[in-house]
Design a protein around this ligand. Structure first.
Ligand code: GLN
Length: 193
């Protein structure tokens, strides 16, 4: 199985490392040709307005959506989760708009730049997940297509929809591979989006 990490901005290397630990082949995806044979694409954290503009400028927005229609999965962390959402409150920034989520950006408030906590994620088992949030968004609402996998104070911080997985935090910054493995297991399923 080959997984691409979108290489426009953000924590690309850390995702490559985590994926390689999971035993899959990886590439850094920068152009539409790179998407051709990917089972999944990871969209790392960064600045979602910048990454959205770069997706448009490099002609990647439509090709990514087309590959999703053909069965490619996407794992979006932080900025990646924002770009996956259909609704971004107060913003018309470019996005993929594939998940039934309404996102609030920088949602924990500017005074809370980053924090770490033990997040219960029932789908991963009893052991909580050490979640690192950096100027993080959350989703305030999930439509019928999206399944909420973790919440923090009633706000959605991990959700899936078919082969799409969005995390408000940064699993690539820990040694715990369970969320990358969850994404890889989703790709093996037959469900469409
Ligand atoms: N605050 C950023 C945004 O709105 C996301 C931060 C991140 O990806 N760590 O795009």
């Amino acid at each position: 199985m080959k997984i691409g990490v979108l290489g426009l901005q953000g924590a690309v290397r850390e995702h490559l490392w985590a994926l390689e630990k999971c035993g899959v082949e990886t590439i850094v995806a920068k152009k539409s040709e790179d998407l051709a044979d990917l089972a999944g694409l990871v969209i790392p954290g960064g600045e979602s307005t910048t990454v959205g503009k770069l997706l448009v400028r490099f002609g990647l927005l439509e090709p990514i959506k087309e590959r999703v229609r053909q069965g490619m999965g996407i794992f979006g962390t932080c900025t990646g989760m924002i770009l996956l959402a259909k609704e971004i409150r107060g913003s018309d920034q470019p996005r993929l708009g594939l998940m039934d989520l309404t996102i609030e950006r920088n949602a924990f408030g500017p005074q809370v730049e980053s924090f770490e906590m033990e997040l219960p994620v029932p789908v991963l088992g009893e052991e909580p997940y050490h979640a690192i949030f950096i100027r993080a968004p959350y989703a305030v609402a999930a439509g019928p297509g999206a399944e909420v996998l973790a919440e923090l104070n009633g706000k959605i911080v991990l959700a899936r929809q078919g082969k799409l997985l969005g995390a408000a935090f940064h699993p690539e910054l820990t040694d715990d591979l369970r969320i990358h493995k969850l994404f890889l297991s989703m790709l093996a399923e037959k469900t469409g989006v």
